[in-house]
Design a protein around this ligand. Structure first.
Ligand code: BG6
Length: 484
């Protein structure tokens, strides 16, 4: 068995439309929930009301990293880096400004035409996410977004437009980004209900409709462009038990099952596992699934499986009588969330927090992730995001000495190499991010890029500077990982 990365391995970098493009209302683009959310005061809890905040002095998607205007310079840098693939997302609202317009917005399509053609010209594989947190505000207001079955049809129509238009030019599609993270956050779903039971019912209905939309889009892709490969992208962090007490082992297992494993089953086997349906029923969150939906789920199977990994998590048993206020307080916090009688997430007592951002870094967790996911889906795997978000310092001579980022990436790529040696068919790796982008949680206060974008929360000249990690990754790509 080959112990090295395959010669056609996709060494890549990633971004997403609303985090990098800017030009949030140019050339006919409509607003998305991600635009509205990133412009809001409290990014986790203040959803659609924030339209009035356009213009506030915070880092938002109005300008972001200005990639919409600087794409040519950015792609030149990608070429210099030697990228084999670039993962980015198309903004639904550039193609259909309201989500369901009769006419395609040709100017929006033209932007991605230019970008995709240039990438292909340079031999950089475009890996395109169809939907990365940015649901159109138009159809959100019109019919309530994902809670309404019409969203499945509108998403499929948008996806088909892309498959037809980019047929033969895009060979890797990613249906949606981190559905499991998206459904945690009301602002990404446009949920404003205060009643907790109603709110949670809606959340699970939105989740289901997104699965149906995903499967439908996969089947459409297979029909329109049988040569293309398509997969969803999941947020994945293995959950370790706090210790070897049986109740904590079961708690960690249940956390993995309810937040991640069931998802692989829905995507790859086209059915919800019985424990998941029981959990919904026990809580009064269940929804009807029609025969037609069962068939759609069965018919739309991915060609590979994609995931994002940053760090691992840890869980212990959570008593039934934990206070509802605590459950509510931590419900969107993946590091603290709890399910009474099932599990609660805690800091791993065996991993020290990384001083720059308090993350519990865990490269071994990535190897565990590859094994867990592969054992469940038996499909080729693509890692679509991996990176370190911290503040960087631009020196007076315009350098960024980010050895901490190099250490992070190196240790994770070495872990991935071990997964390859374990015999797992890994087809690609993407550093999050190519250039600095607005973080979904902290604007420009923290950065992930290999390229520094000279702006802060309030703005800047947007000049690009290569960080030390850029030069380091270039060597990794050139050597196809043999130097690690
Ligand atoms: C992933 C998302 O969950 O994490 C990205 O796909 C996001 O869009 C990334 O930017 C890092 O999270 P954050 O909150 O630091 O931007």
């Amino acid at each position: 068995m080959n112990q090295e990365f395959p010669e056609n391995f996709l060494w890549g970098c990633a971004t997403s439309a609303f985090q990098v493009e800017g030009a949030y209302n140019e050339d006919g683009k409509g607003l998305s929930l991600a635009d509205v959310r990133s412009m809001s005061v409290d990014p986790t809890e203040e959803p659609t009301k924030a339209l009035a905040n356009v213009g506030d002095e915070i880092a938002d998607s109005k300008i972001a990293s200005d990639h919409y205007h600087s794409w040519e310079e950015d792609v030149e840098l990608m070429k210099e880096l030697g990228l084999k693939s670039y993962r980015f997302s198309i903004a639904w609202t550039r193609i259909y400004p309201n989500g369901d317009d009769e006419q395609i917005n040709e100017k929006g399509l033209a932007f991605y035409d230019k970008l995709i053609d240039r990438l292909n010209k340079y031999g950089i594989e475009p890996v395109v996410t169809i939907y990365h947190f940015d649901f159109p505000c138009g159809i959100q207001k019109k019919y309530g977004g994902w809670r309404n079955k019409q969203s499945i049809e509108d998403f499929n129509r948008y996806a088909c437009t892309l498959f037809e238009h980019f047929k033969g030019r895009v060979r890797y599609w990613l249906v949606n980004n981190e559905q499991n993270a998206m459904i945690r956050r009301d602002s990404y779903l446009g949920i404003e209900e205060k009643d907790i039971l109603k709110r949670e019912r809606l959340r699970h209905l939105c989740n289901h409709n997104m699965y149906v939309a995903c499967a439908k889009a996969i089947a459409s892709c297979h029909q329109i462009d049988p040569e293309a490969k398509i997969a969803p992208v999941m947020a994945y962090s293995p959950t370790y038990p706090k210790d070897s007490k049986p109740e904590n082992i079961l708690a960690a297992k249940k956390s993995e099952d309810l937040y991640r494993n069931y998802m692989i089953d829905v995507h790859c086997r086209g059915e919800y596992p019985a424990y998941y349906l029981r959990w919904l029923r026990d809580n009064g969150w269940d929804f009807p699934i029609s025969d037609e939906e069962h068939e759609i789920l069965k018919a739309g199977k991915p060609d590979f499986y994609a995931f994002n990994y940053y760090r691992s998590s840890c869980a212990e048993y959570c008593p039934e009588d934990v206070s509802p206020e605590l459950v509510e307080r931590y419900r969107v916090d993946a590091k603290r969330r709890m399910l009474p009688g099932i599990c609660r997430h805690i800091d791993n007592p065996n991993i020290e927090p990384f001083p720059m951002n308090q993350w519990r870094l865990d490269p071994i967790g990535l190897r565990v992730a590859f094994r867990n996911i592969y054992e469940r889906c038996h499909l080729p795997l693509m890692l679509c995001e991996n990176g370190l978000g911290v503040p960087d310092i631009l020196t007076n001579d315009f350098k960024i000495h980010d050895d901490y980022r190099i250490d992070y990436l190196k240790s994770h790529i070495i872990a991935m190499k071990e997964a390859v040696k374990d015999g797992i068919p890994v087809i690609g790796y993407h550093v999050w991010t190519f250039m600095d982008v607005i973080s979904t949680s902290e604007g420009f206060k923290k950065r992930y890029g290999l390229v520094y974008v000279n702006r802060d929360e309030k703005g800047g000249d947007l000049n690009r500077y290569k960080k030390d990690s850029f030069n380091w990754y270039r060597e990794v790509i050139k050597e196809n990982g043999r130097n690690l």
